[in-house]
Design a protein around this ligand. Structure first.
Ligand code: HEC
Length: 186
């Protein structure tokens, strides 16, 4: 039994030292302009979803989805988020693939997650990615307004759609009638 425990400890130590050597000798890549392997992506995605599921408070938005709030949310998105997540002209951001992991394009592939999930991602950011925490640069109201907008991209009221068309010369995306899912997890 003692030998077994010693064996486990030595194995763990070797694994740890091996990892340390790989890192300090420069074998880990720093490049952000490559595509994460499928396996890594799948693992990271499910870890992130599980973590949010565990940590994010199930809060209800204090901001009602009125036309004014949605238009405010659109403006906040355009000024702070479009550079990475894609503009309202329905073209992907050239920066989208320049991050590791790549930035989800939230206009072309709208999210179907609940508001508490999106609000938590916006407020606290996402560790080890390019997604910043916005709680120091946006107010509570602003974070909720952009969340309200992001959860309704495909079902905006007519006045807000008109505002979008006037401002960006393209029509906003609409949900397909067959109820097809538009996951952002490409
Ligand atoms: C500097 C680039 C950058 C900016 C600016 C940025 N984001 Fe992100 N965002 C990212 C990246 C990268 C991810 C992907 C993280 C991942 O792969 O899990 C992300 C992910 C997200 C997610 C998805 C979380 C999930 O559950 O999949 C949401 C929602 C989001 N951002 C909202 C916003 C909003 C709203 C703004 C503006 C207030 C914003 N982002 C600004 C880079 C950015």
């Amino acid at each position: 039994m003692r030998n077994f425990i010693l064996g486990v400890i030595i194995t763990l130590l070797l694994l740890f030292l091996g990892g340390l050597a790989i890192a300090t000798l420069g074998f880990l890549p720093t490049t952000a302009d490559s595509t994460p392997p499928k396996m890594e992506r799948r693992l990271a995605m499910s870890a992130m979803d599980a973590s949010m599921e565990r940590h994010a408070p199930r809060v209800t938005s204090p901001v009602p989805p009125t036309d004014d709030n949605l238009i405010d949310g659109m403006k906040i998105y355009t000024m702070n988020c479009a550079g990475c997540h894609g503009n309202l002209d329905n073209k992907p951001s050239p920066f989208g693939g320049s991050f590791y992991p790549p930035v989800p394009q939230l206009i072309i592939h709208p999210m179907d997650d609940p508001e508490w999930h999106i609000y938590y991602a916006v407020r606290t950011g996402i560790r080890y990615t390019g997604m910043p925490a916005w709680n120091k640069t946006l107010t509570e109201q602003e974070m909720w307004k952009v969340t309200t907008f992001l959860t309704r991209i495909e079902k905006l009221p007519p006045a807000v759609q008109d505002y979008w068309k006037k401002s960006f010369a393209v029509a906003p995306p609409v949900a397909s009638p067959d109820g097809e899912e538009h996951g952002h997890h490409q």
